[in-house]
Write a protein that binds this ligand. Structure first.
Ligand code: COI
Length: 368
C-alpha cells in the first residue's frame, strides 16, 4: 500500500456503461441526486499505512460488514461540489481548494484521517475524466455534475474509538435545480424544538450526523406546509444559524447584505463566502454578525428587509418567500419569483462557474 502523499488512481472502466440514449434522457431532466454516473472513486486508509488502493471503478453497491463502525457511531464526513462544462467543452470546478480545506477540518473534528489537497483534487479529475460524457452543458441554466466526496469508518469493530480503517469514496450525479419547484421562493419553518448543533459540537463540520439531526425538524416544516426549517442557536434559541443544508442571507433596503456570523455551529459554506466577496462588486455591503429571529420578523414586516435567500452548492441561490412559526408568518421577499438582489447574485455566481464571464479571482480549476 502506498503511503506517498500523491495517490495515483488506477482506472478500471466498466464495459456496460449507460447507453447514450439513457444518459441523454437523464441529462435532459436531471433533478437532484437521483442518477449516478458509470464510475466511482474508492481509496482505503489504514492506520500506520496511510492512504492507498486508490482507484476508479464501476459505480455500484459497497461491501460493508454490519459491524462497520460508521453504521453505529456515524464517523463520516462529506463534501458537495459541482463540475461545469464550458462552451468549449472543457470541464471546471469551483474553488475546490476550499472544499479540500473544509474536508480536512471536518476530518479532524470527526477523528478521521486527513487527505492531501492534491489527492482530493486527483480523485475529482480521475472520475470526471472517466465519466466526462455525464457532465451536462452548462452554457445555459444551472446544470452541472454534482460531485460528492465522502469518507467513513469502514473498520468492522464495535468499540468506540477512531477507526483504524477508513474508506474514501467519490460519486457523481448530474444535477439541475435542487428544489423540485425550481426557482420558486421557498418557505421556512422556524424550528423551536430542535437544534441542529450545539456549542463545541460538530455543527461546523460537514458530517452526516448534522444532517440526520435536521430531519425531524424537516418533517415538522413539511407538516406546516414549509419547504425547509431554519435553525436557531442552541443556547438561547434566539439567533438564526442556517437551514441545515444551506446558509442564509438577508437583504436590507439600504444595500446591506447580512448573514449569520460563523458561530462554531454553522457550516462555512463555500457559496456563502463567495457571495460575501462578490457583494462588493454588486454594490452591496456585506456583513457577518448575529441576527436575531426578531430582527428578521420585524424587518420583513416593516419592509426594511426586502429579500432573503438560501445558498449552497446544491441550492446555488434560492429565494425565501415566507417565514412561518407556530402562530404566525411573514412574507420575506417577493412571492412569485426571486427578488432583484438574489437574482443578481445568483447570475453573477453562475456566470463565473459556467464560464459565461471572466474568472478574475482564480476561483475555477480545470478538471478535464
Ligand atoms: C451542498 O450544497 O452541496 C450540500 O451539501 C447540501 C445538501 C445537498 C446536503
Amino acid at each position: 500500500m502506498s503511503t506517498s502523499s500523491t495517490l495515483s488512481f488506477t482506472v478500471t472502466e466498466r464495459t456496460d456503461r449507460a447507453s447514450e440514449a439513457d444518459r441523454a434522457a437523464v441529462l435532459a431532466n436531471p433533478g437532484f441526486g437521483q442518477r449516478f454516473t458509470d464510475h466511482m472513486v474508492l481509496a482505503t486508509w489504514r492506520k500506520g499505512e496511510g492512504w492507498g488502493d486508490a482507484r476508479v471503478t464501476a459505480y455500484g453497491p459497497l461491501q460493508l460488514e454490519p459491524s462497520a463502525a460508521v453504521l453505529h457511531y456515524a464517523q463520516e464526513i462529506f463534501e458537495g461540489m459541482k463540475a461545469y462544462r464550458h462552451a468549449d467543452g472543457s470541464v471546471w470546478t469551483f474553488r475546490p481548494e476550499a472544499n479540500a480545506a473544509r474536508f480536512a477540518r471536518s476530518a479532524h473534528r470527526l477523528a478521521l484521517p486527513a487527505m492531501e489537497e492534491a489527492d482530493f483534487l486527483g480523485s475529482l479529475r480521475a472520475l470526471v475524466e472517466t465519466d466526462i460524457d455525464w457532465v451536462p452543458d452548462a452554457t445555459t441554466g444551472e446544470s452541472s455534475l454534482y460531485l460528492r466526496p465522502f469518507m467513513f469508518a469502514s473498520e468492522a469493530f464495535l468499540g468506540v474509538r477512531p477507526a483504524n480503517e477508513v474508506t474514501y469514496c467519490l460519486i457523481a450525479s448530474p444535477a439541475g435545480s435542487y428544489f423540485a419547484s425550481g426557482l420558486k421562493p421557498v418557505s421556512l419553518w422556524i424550528s423551536e424544538h430542535y437544534s441542529r448543533a450545539g456549542v463545541g459540537g460538530t455543527g461546523a463540520a460537514k458530517c452526516g450526523g448534522n444532517y440526520a439531526a435536521s430531519l425531524a425538524a424537516q418533517i415538522e416544516a413539511a407538516e406546516h406546509g414549509c419547504d425547509q426549517s431554519v435553525f436557531l442557536d442552541s443556547l438561547e434559541q434566539k439567533y438564526i444559524e442556517e437551514l441545515g443544508g444551506m446558509n442564509v442571507f438577508l437583504v436590507y433596503r439600504d444595500g446591506r447584505l447580512v448573514t449569520p456570523e460563523l458561530s462554531g455551529s454553522i457550516l462555512e459554506g463555500v457559496t456563502r463566502s463567495s457571495i460575501l466577496e462578490l457583494a462588493k462588486d454588486l454594490d452591496l455591503e456585506p456583513e457577518e454578525r448575529r441576527i436575531s429571529l426578531e430582527e428578521w420578523r420585524a424587518g420583513a414586516e416593516s419592509g426594511e428587509i426586502t429579500e432573503a435567500f438560501a445558498c449552497g452548492t446544491a441550492a446555488v441561490v434560492t429565494p425565501v418567500g415566507r417565514l412561518v412559526w407556530n402562530g404566525g408568518e411573514v412574507r420575506t421577499g417577493p412571492q412569485g419569483e426571486g427578488g432583484e438582489v438574489a437574482t443578481k447574485i445568483r447570475e453573477a455566481l453562475l456566470d463565473i462557474q459556467t464560464g459565461r464571464t471572466e474568472d478574475t479571482r482564480g476561483w475555477l480549476t480545470r478538471l478535464a
